[in-house]
Write a protein that binds this ligand. Structure first.
Ligand code: NOJ
Length: 750
């Protein structure tokens, strides 16, 4: 392993030498000259300063390393970037300190603008449920316009970790379990954040994170180790990162986990070979918070000096809050353990981005309080947030047409609505983890959303029933009493905003506290109940799922949460969201995902157990499958036609089908295309999502849906890690979810 690692480091060094000329190819000729001149003037200490990032005081996501005076360090050119500083005024103050440094190199300000800045959008997992790439891009675009007006240059997003384990709290930050969908969404988010390109006034630099395989932490426990084959890594976990490079992501962040025994931060293979080598990534890599120093706890480095050395050798350009670069790099260079060329490469990468952002022309260009004020209170942004929030809602169940609640028609029998549950009046919980505008973000609660909608002659009774996470049932009586007076109950339950997110792994992903008991008590009144579930991850809630007639899964929807939920509840918006992650029945099934391998002993159905790949105490099937979600209308799929039943690697098969809205409500349907390679030189998943369309159909309307199948869609990594499409039989499946396949055909690759 040691020999291999040394080989990898040498390989990396060769790459640096060969990449040197292209690193700053994005810059104008004159900026290249300026950069070279600047680099020529910099002392080693100043160079290392550019690779150093400190946090401000806003929010820490790891242990704070005190020591030294940050302002003094900035004035002396020992800081290249700050995180957790926001606001036109605050960033100006610090930038002024940087302008007092000898070479006046501007600071970069980075922040976790994960799902909105001032206007908060649904959590990324929720947005992924919209399957609406344009809306997702718009959400990132708006976040960038607001953040950039507030002095922020750089967001630590998108998080593109594929995650198959809902115990891992960070599933809320990504796009779910599917690689193909994840890659589309990753690209959309990068394009949204970076807009017309770095240098435009409303662009923030994107940061693809966490490189790599962080989502596969053993047992779903945050920061845990990852061990997987290179084929699995390349096929399942890396494509969303590659999509970020293709979309022009300015930066990458590495990850806390070790991958096959090497911490990602010190991983030559990941950072030098794959990212900076094969993919020719031109931006810079920031470490995750303290992850350089954490290589000591990993048992990979014996002290900070070795941590600094292994980080820079492996291609980590900027040190977020470990401070090992400022403490150790100078010594390492002087002792000849780290070549100066590596420092120069990293500094060049960082400075290139500062030039591209236009900061050398005007370091204060993003520090304009008037612009900030106008950008943060923008009604169009609120409207966009409401639009994607309602698109993110997934209807899991709707028996007896319990939804939508009809308030409009003359014969509506709804006179009294009981709104019950610990999340019914909550505002902050609607934002979810990684929200920035809290607590002054003007958030619409579910109660407000409903109140603004109901006519004067309809009564709304409200009771909390219980807290989100304690054992007291003292509020049940009041809740039961109002349920009894009502024609219908809306029950708002789920997770508080800090129950999914970083360091929020759970062994049990059930409804917290006594919320299930509250649901049972309300069900006991015999009234129809609409359940609204706010959560940052797939939860296990079998009793509710089996007994309540209507369920909306609403994630954490952001500033406009209450309005968006009310839009769906009262039928002003027809739900169209589809699950981006499989929902298990039991934690014992995890990891559970739709694109599994068949095994040599597949179980056909939940009762086919004997000597089959199955559990004897629970089914294999999920509670709700990937791609699943209901609508107020119905769609019929028909007429699947393939332009040919055979193709070569050079041509395509054109696929058409019809989808008809056979109900009475206009609606959108996510038409999903899955493929299966029946036999391969390595085993292939039972199905893989390879495309989708989301047509809007009026009642009775039929649309023709078209797809193209090309060799790329049929390709995978073979045992020699070559990306190949192997000749043979393929199944084509068109479905409304991964387990609701409506039309099927087969074809052959010659
Ligand atoms: C640690 C998290 O893992 C990362 O995603 C985040 O960007 C940094 N903290 C900075 O807040």
């Amino acid at each position: 392993m040691k020999v291999l690692n040394l080989k990898r480091i040498l390989f990396g060094l060769l790459l640096i030498i060969s990449c040197h000329g292209v690193l700053y190819a994005q810059l104008s000729k004159s900026d290249q000259v300026r950069l070279d001149e600047l680099l020529g003037k910099m002392t080693l200490e100043e160079k290392i300063g550019q690779l150093n990032q400190y946090t401000g005081d806003y929010e820490a996501t790891g242990p704070l390393r005190q020591g030294g005076d940050k302002v003094d360090d900035i004035k002396n050119g020992r800081v290249g970037s700050m995180l957790n500083i926001k606001g036109a005024e605050n960033t100006r103050i610090l930038q002024e300190f940087a302008m007092q440094s000898r070479l006046k190199i501007p600071l970069l300000f980075g922040l976790d603008v994960v799902h909105g800045y001032y206007t908060t959008f649904p959590i990324p997992l929720g947005e992924a449920a919209s399957w609406d790439l344009e809306a997702i891009e718009r959400s990132a675009r708006i976040a960038a316009t607001e953040a950039s007006a507030s002095g922020v240059h750089w967001t630590f997003a998108p998080m593109v970790d594929i995650a198959r384990d809902p115990r891992w709290g960070r599933v809320m930050e990504g796009a779910g379990e599917d690689t193909w969908l994840g890659a589309q969404i990753a690209g959309a988010r990068v394009r949204g954040f970076q807009g017309k390109g770095l240098g435009s006034m409303d662009a923030v630099m994107a940061c693809a994170k966490h490189f790599a395989a962080y989502g596969a932490a053993v047992g779903g426990r945050d920061y845990n180790s990852v061990d997987m084959s290179e084929r699995m890594l390349r096929e399942t976990y890396l494509p969303p990162f590659k999509a970020c490079v293709d979309a022009g992501a300015a930066t990458f962040m590495n990850s806390f986990n070790d991958l096959n025994g090497i911490p990602a931060t010190g991983n030559v293979f990941l950072q030098r070979e794959v990212l900076k080598g094969e993919w020719n990534f031109q931006g810079f890599i920031v470490s995750d918070w303290g992850s350089m120093g954490e290589m000591i706890a990993h048992g990979y480095c014996k002290d900070e000096k070795e941590a600094a050395m292994k980080s820079i050798l492996a291609g980590s350009d900027m040190d977020m809050e470990s401070r090992v670069y400022t403490r150790e790099l100078e010594k390492l260079v002087k002792e000849g353990k780290v070549p100066m060329s590596l420092i120069d490469e990293a500094v060049r990468r960082v400075l290139t981005k500062k030039f591209e952002m236009g900061l050398f022309d005007d370091p204060f260009r993003f520090c304009n309080p008037e612009r900030e004020k106008a950008a943060l209170h923008n009604t169009a942004n609120r409207a966009a947030a409401r639009d994607i929030a309602r698109k993110s809602i997934v209807m899991l169940k709707n028996e007896n047409q319990t939804l939508p609640i009809d308030l409009k028609s003359k014969d509506s029998k709804i006179r009294t609505i009981a709104l019950i549950g610990p999340l019914a009046q909550s505002e902050n919980d609607m934002l979810g983890f990684w929200s920035i505008s809290w607590p002054d973000g003007d958030i619409v609660s579910l109660e407000e959303g409903i109140r603004s909608r109901i006519p004067g002659d309809v009564k709304l009774l409200v009771a909390k029933g219980c807290e989100i996470n304690d054992k007291s049932e003292a509020g049940f009586d009041e809740a039961i009493a109002i349920a009894k007076q009502a024609d219908i109950v809306i029950l708002s339950i789920g997770e508080a905003l800090d129950m999914s997110g970083e360091a929020k792994s759970k062994g049990h992903i059930r409804l917290p506290g006594v919320q299930e008991e509250l649901a049972q008590a309300i069900h006991g009144t015999g009234k129809p109940v609409v359940v609204i579930m706010n959560a940052g991850r797939p939860l296990v809630f079998n009793w509710v799922a089996d007994n309540m007639p209507a369920i909306l899964y609403t994630w954490w929807l952001g500033s406009e949460a209450g309005n968006a939920m009310a839009d769906v509840v009262f039928g002003d918006y027809n739900p169209s969201g589809k699950l981006p992650m499989t929902f298990p029945r039991d934690e014992g099934q995890i990891p559970l995902y739709y694109n599994y391998f068949n095994t040599g002993r597949p179980s056909f159905g939940d009762h086919d157990l004997l000597y089959k790949s199955a559990y004897i105490d629970m089914p294999n099937s999920p509670k709700f499958p990937f791609g699943y979600g209901l609508s107020y209308t119905t769609f019929v799929y028909s007429n699947l036609v393939l332009s040919s039943k055979t193709m070569t690697a050079k041509d395509k098969i054109h696929v058409t089908l019809n989808v008809q809205n056979t109900g009475k409500t206009a609606g959108e349907e996510v038409v999903q295309l899955y493929l299966r390679d029946r036999f391969g030189s390595v085993v292939r998943p039972v199905k893989e999502l390879k495309d989708f369309r989301k047509p809007m159909l009026l009642p009775g309307e039929t649309k023709r849906i078209e797809f193209d199948i090309d060799a790329e869609k049929l390709s995978f990594y073979n045992n020699d890690l070559q990306w190949v499409a192997e000749p043979g039989e393929f199944d084509l499946m068109i479905g409304s979810s991964s387990s609701d396949i409506r039309l099927q055909e087969s074809f052959e690759l010659k």
